[in-house]
Design a protein around this ligand. Structure first.
Ligand code: SF4
Length: 419
């Protein structure tokens, strides 16, 4: 949206108090995120009372629902409401709102032009959205109802975006999709994720390729075998498991067992023990017993995870879980306690993984002098170095999620392959 607006007559403003238009891009995955938006809307109402600014408030993204949109306009003075697939209409919608409020929450994907759709991070890496929505039905998740069924972006547009990013000097692309393992399944004549990765490797010279978020039920051994042959797809995967208990996984409708997850972990590391694996956990899902929680803690050890996000279970209206499991809900204090135990365990296990890196020389993409990321997506610190170049760092010290060492070599990657 920032890119789209700055190519129009709008300018980015540094302070919310001076902004004539405030745009809130929202997330609905957890209740806390929605609560924050409502509190910010309250603050904006106060500001508007005092100074007349902002003249317009825009609410975009997953928080927007058909029922909620009207309320945002009538109760919170919002001028434009755009659903997640409509955000590339931002400039147009702002113009249309001169006469009356605009509500556009259709699930038809308004594809942004290929030369503007990637939000850039850190000057060296760029996100490339390759699909929207999700066609799964995990019991706790609002994504399918807020973002609609999975829709893959046309292959040509993805390749054009990546080639453009490459000419702009970006060294890394991160392909994005809610369940990226589903890429192409919605369109019979579209390549699947592994085909897409192979095509990107052969048609572009971008140095590093990553993809998030994967789903264990959609990964097979053939995918892993073909992936292992791709040199520029980085040896790292974010593979959410959510729970180590098969009973809870079934209740969550995730479509795999903890044993299958462990098989995948072994397969990814087969032939490359430095392949890093991160995951997500939901702590204290309805009906989760202390024994289920212990199975999650055991899984962390068995999988030797490199990192994980964990959140206390947050009930979302309209999900299957919210409709059926209320009687089994775990007190929030217990959810938080289990969440902390999961994170503590991950920290301990990840530290053991990182200790193996002491003495190794790792290739780092330098994001700023002194900081970069390894191929396994671990933060690495060192003295010196030039931004947006590659370096070799000899690791001297480690913590659970970071490494520190000495820059041995800092060389410009001329053509994306040879260094
Ligand atoms: S796969 Fe991910 S986005 Fe899709 S329903 Fe499940 S948790 Fe939600």
């Amino acid at each position: 949206m920032a890119e789209l607006l700055s190519s129009s007559e709008f300018r980015i403003c540094n302070s919310i108090e001076d902004a004539e238009i405030v745009i809130l891009e929202t997330c609905a995955i957890r209740k806390k995120a929605e609560d924050k938006v409502y509190s910010l809307l309250g603050r904006l109402k106060q500001l508007r009372k005092k100074s007349g600014l902002p003249k317009k408030i825009v609410v975009c993204g997953c928080m927007v629902t058909e029922d909620g949109a009207k309320n945002l306009v009538e109760e919170h003075g919002v001028s434009v409401v755009l659903g997640p697939r409509r955000i590339s209409r931002i400039a147009e919608a702002l113009h249309e709102s001169e006469t009356e409020p605009v509500i556009d929450i259709s699930f038809v994907w308004a594809l942004p032009p290929y030369d503007i759709s990637a939000p850039y991070i850190s000057g060296v890496s760029a996100y490339v959205t390759v699909m929207q929505g999700c066609s799964n039905s995990c019991s706790y998740c609002v994504v399918p109802s807020r973002r609609g069924a999975a829709q893959s972006k046309p292959l040509r547009q993805i390749i054009d975006e990546i080639k453009l990013l490459e000419t702009k000097g970006y060294k890394e692309v991160i392909l994005l999709g809610q369940n990226i393992s589903y890429f192409g399944i919605d369109k019979p004549d579209t390549p699947r994720l592994i085909d897409l990765l192979e095509i990107i490797e052969s048609e572009s010279r971008i140095s590093r390729i990553r993809f998030v978020t994967s789903h264990p039920a959609f990964i097979d051994d053939k995918f892993i075998e073909r992936l292992s042959k791709l040199r520029r797809v980085m040896p790292n995967i974010h593979l959410p498991i959510q729970s180590g208990s098969n009973r809870i996984l079934k209740a969550m409708r995730r479509g795999y067992s903890s044993e299958r997850f462990l098989e995948l972990v072994r397969a990814f590391r087969n032939g490359n023990e430095n392949f890093t694996i991160n995951t997500d956990f939901i702590a204290g899902y309805d009906g989760e017993t202390p024994a289920d929680h212990c199975e999650t803690l055991e899984l962390i050890e068995k999988a030797e995870l490199d990192g994980a996000y964990a959140f206390p279970y947050s009930e979302r209206n309209g999900t299957r879980a919210a409709l059926t499991n209320n009687e089994n809900s775990i007190p929030i204090i217990e959810r938080k306690k289990r969440c902390k135990e999961i994170l503590d365990k991950v920290k301990k296990v990840a530290l053991e993984r990182r200790k193996r890196d002491i003495g190794r020389s790792v290739e780092v993409l330098i994001e700023a002098p002194g900081v970069g990321r390894s191929e396994g997506n671990i933060n690495v610190e060192f003295e010196g170095g030039r931004s947006n170049e590659f370096g070799i760092v000899k690791i001297k010290e480690v913590s659970s999620f970071a490494m520190c060492g000495e820059l041995e070599d800092n060389c410009l990657q001329e053509d994306g392959i040879e260094k």
